[in-house]
Write a protein that binds this ligand. Structure first.
Ligand code: TXA
Ligand code: MG
Length: 335
C-alpha cells in the first residue's frame, strides 16, 4: 500500500478531501488527518475493530489509551458517563483547541480505546478539516499522533508519509500544524485538575480557568502512572538529543568536543545565542518566542533526522510557564 496525499488548500479541495476521508472512515479504515497540534491517525471511535487497526498501524502498546476527537461540546458529553463541572469550565475556556480532558467514559466508548480503563480523553480540535470531517462522519474520531510508537509526532503530511506511508490508504494534507506540539492532557475526574501532559495551554492558565489554587509541592500527587505520555522516553528523534546553554560559539564547540559530537554531524537549534562563526555547518534558528518555537520545533527535529545527524543540540529554553510544554518534550526526547 502507498498512501495517497490529498490537498485541502481551496474550499473545493477541502470539501472533496472531507468526503474522501469520511467515506474511508465510515468503512472502518484509518486515515491520517491534520490537526492544529500534530497530525493524527484517525478511525471511528465507536468501532472497536477500526480502533484496533490504529494500534496495529502505529505499533502502539495496548496499555496506552487513545484520545477521542469531537466537533462540539454536545458530542463530547456523549462520550462521557457524566460531565464534571471542571470539564465544563476548561472546555468553555479552551475549546476548540489544544486541550484534552480526561473524563469518566460512557458505555458506548469501546474498552480498547481506553486501554480497559474507565476514563476517556476527549478533545474538540480547532483545525477546520478535522471539524468538517467529524461533522461529516457524525461519529467521534479516535486519533493518536500519526507516528510509529515512541517516534516523533508529525506536523505535516510528508512527516506522516515517511513513517506510515506504506501502511495507510490516505493522508489529508492540511498544511503545517499551527501549534506544533501535542495537546495538554488534564484529568478532570477529581476535585482539582491534574496535569497529565503539559502543552501550550500551560498549568497556570488551566488553574486560573478552573478557579483552583496551585497545588503545594507536598500535595503534588505522585501515585502510579496515569498517562503513558508521561513515560520518560517518548517523542524521540533518531539522533541523540541534548539541551545545552552556551555564551558563545567557542563555548558551544567545547561542549560538543566534550560530548564527542562531530560538528559536521551535529544539528544546532538555537533561538537566542546563535552561533554565526561558520564552524558549525548545521545551525537552525527558531524565533525566541514560545508559540513560534513550538510551531517550528518538530519540523526542525524531523529535518535533522533526514539529514542523518548524529547529534541534535537544542539551546536551553527560558524557564517560564509558556515554555513548559516544549521543555517537557525535549526532556523526553533527550531521555
Ligand atoms: O494533540 C494531540 O493530543 C494529538 C492530536 C492528534 O490530537 N494526539 C495525541 O495523541 O497526541 P496520543 O495518543 O499520541 O497522545 C495522547 C496522550 C497519551 O499520552 C495518552 O496516554 C494520554 O493522552 N491519554 C489518553 N487517554 C487517556 C486516559 N483515559 N487517561 C489518561 N491518559 C490518557
Ligand atoms: Mg503520540
Amino acid at each position: 500500500m502507498s498512501a495517497e496525499i490529498i490537498p485541502t488548500h481551496t474550499p473545493a479541495l477541502l470539501a472533496a478531501a472531507v468526503e474522501r476521508a469520511a467515506r474511508l472512515l465510515r468503512a472502518g479504515q484509518v486515515v491520517a488527518v491534520p490537526t492544529e497540534t500534530v497530525y493524527g491517525l484517525a478511525a471511528n471511535a465507536l468501532d472497536p475493530v477500526a480502533v484496533a487497526r490504529i494500534y496495529e498501524v502505529k505499533g502502539r502498546p495496548a496499555h496506552n489509551p487513545v484520545i477521542v476527537h469531537v466537533a462540539s461540546p454536545a458530542m463530547a458529553r456523549e462520550c462521557a458517563a457524566h460531565w464534571p463541572n471542571l470539564a465544563e469550565r476548561l472546555a468553555s475556556a479552551f475549546w476548540p483547541g489544544p486541550l484534552t480532558l480526561v473524563v469518566p467514559k460512557a458505555p458506548n466508548i469501546p474498552g480498547i480505546l481506553t486501554a480497559g480503563g474507565d476514563t476517556v480523553g476527549v478533545r474538540w480540535p480547532q483545525h477546520p478539516f478535522m471539524q468538517a470531517v467529524i461533522r461529516a462522519c457524525g461519529f467521534p474520531l479516535a486519533a493518536p499522533s500519526a507516528n510509529l510508537a515512541n517516534r516523533l509526532s508529525p506536523t505535516n503530511a510528508l512527516h506522516v508519509q515517511r513513517q506510515l506511508g506504506d501502511r495507510i490508504p490516505l493522508i489529508v494534507d492540511g498544511g503545517d500544524s499551527n501549534v506544533g506540539i501535542e495537546s495538554t492532557v488534564v484529568d478532570v475526574t477529581g476535585a482539582a485538575p491534574r496535569l497529565l501532559r503539559p502543552g501550550m495551554i500551560h498549568e497556570p492558565a488551566i488553574l486560573a480557568a478552573a478557579g483552583a489554587e496551585p497545588p503545594s509541592t507536598s500535595e503534588t500527587p505522585s501515585g502510579p502512572l496515569r498517562s503513558p505520555g508521561q513515560l520518560a522516553k517518548h517523542y524521540a528523534p533518531r539522533a541523540r538529543l541534548v539541551v545545552l546553554a552556551w555564551r558563545d560559539e567557542a563555548e558551544l564547540l567545547r561542549e560538543l568536543a566534550r560530548l564527542g559530537a562531530r560538528p559536521e554531524k551535529t544539528c544546532v537549534i538555537a533561538h537566542s545565542r546563535i552561533p554565526l562563526g561558520g564552524l558549525l555547518p548545521n545551525v537552525h534558528v527558531i524565533p525566541d518566542d514560545a508559540e513560534a518555537f513550538a510551531r517550528g520545533l518538530y519540523g526542525e527535529l524531523h529535518g535533522c533526522d533526514e539529514q542523518g545527524s548524529e547529534w541534535i543540540v537544542v539551546e536551553q529554553l527560558p524557564d517560564a510557564p509558556e515554555w513548559s510544554g516544549i521543555a517537557d518534550r525535549l526532556r523526553r526526547a533527550a531521555a
